[in-house]
Design a protein around this ligand. Sequence first.
Ligand code: OAD
Length: 246
Amino acid sequence: MFSTQLVQKLQQAQKVAVLTGAGISAESGVPTFRGEDGLWNKFRPEELANFNAFQKNPKLVWEWYNYRRKLIHEVKPNPGHYALAEMEQMFPHFTLITQNVDNLHRVAGSQIILELHGNIMRNRCVDCNKIYQEVKIDFNQQMPVCRCGGQLRPDVVWFGEMLPEDALLCAFQAAQECDIFFSIGTSAVVQPAASLPIEARERGAYVVEINIEPTAISRYVDESIIGKSGEILPLLVKKVKETGLI
Ligand code: OAD
């Protein structure tokens, strides 16, 4: 499953960085994007996840986000999310970077999270940019409006949009400085997140992938662990704790 070398390295590590993708939430029942059952096999990203589509048909885009919010609202974090929340407390420096918008890391207790693609539980005004945190979700209200009268949109990154600059900078800094980098439950094809494990490797980190199948970056990593993150991560945390941090 995982190597003794990884356990030893974790016992000595000062700086650990983790990148997660949709796969970490798969065991909670949140669909991933790619693959046979992936969202992008059933829905067209260009009609739902870009600003032009929103301007053209806000009702359709809101219906799609309300559908996803409802789904996410009904699920719970899984042991993989909880293991990462525990890891945050184990290392002097721990950086959790996620491409997920589902908020499940926060619900699991992770405290500092770099959300590269935003958060589906927040809204943002397209006119004044006001952010509405953890909005009370009214699934029947199809097109919410800002106090300024502007249209509200989900505070997520759509195709063709910039990623939040601060989060991205911190993510690259963590990748460049860490001793160990984990790429978990991501197909590692969407940039710039997919560059993070490569960057970490080039800067000398020990790079570990956890995924149910090989991905685009498998051949560049030091250790590829094939299996479900909700099973592997708790075992890894248990093993490191049993043997003790140095
Ligand atoms: P993908 O759907 O591309 O990939 C999910 C990955 O999770 C795949 O490699 C699966 O093999 C793996 N996986 C599934 N179940 C797993 C499990 N239980 N344990 C471990 N791995 C598992 O999702 P992302 O890589 O997150 O962007 O996609 C990146 C971005 O593409 C998303 O953030 C989204 C999408 O378009 C935007 O919306 C901007």
